[in-house]
Design a protein. Structure first.
Length: 90
């Protein structure tokens, strides 16, 4: 119960901070128009496309390729690990 209450308060606090500093609005402007938050600099559509392709590739790599690599290493460890030899007492 304490964990749920703490998590709920952290989420409410984070949302309040996001609302105070207009982080959601700045993120939306960055994603749609390409305005860098805190400046008057805008990115061209080509630069935004390159940024989105790179970030999308990283997300796909993290979700798809990383689990495949982890499974492959687990299989290799299981395949090449030696079983423990039981020692018989005399």
């Amino acid at each position: 119960m304490k964990r749920i209450t703490s998590l709920a308060l952290i989420i409410v606090f984070a949302l309040a901070v996001f609302d105070i500093f207009h982080i959601g609005y700045a993120l939306l402007l960055f994603l749609i128009v390409g305005v860098i938050p805190g400046t008057n600099i805008t990115l061209t559509p080509t630069q935004m496309m390159i940024l989105m392709v790179i970030s999308g590739s990283l997300v796909i790599y993290y979700w798809i390729v990383t689990p495949l690599i982890e499974n492959k290493t687990k299989i290799q460890r299981a395949k090449y690990s030696r079983p423990k030899v039981a020692v018989l007492a005399k």
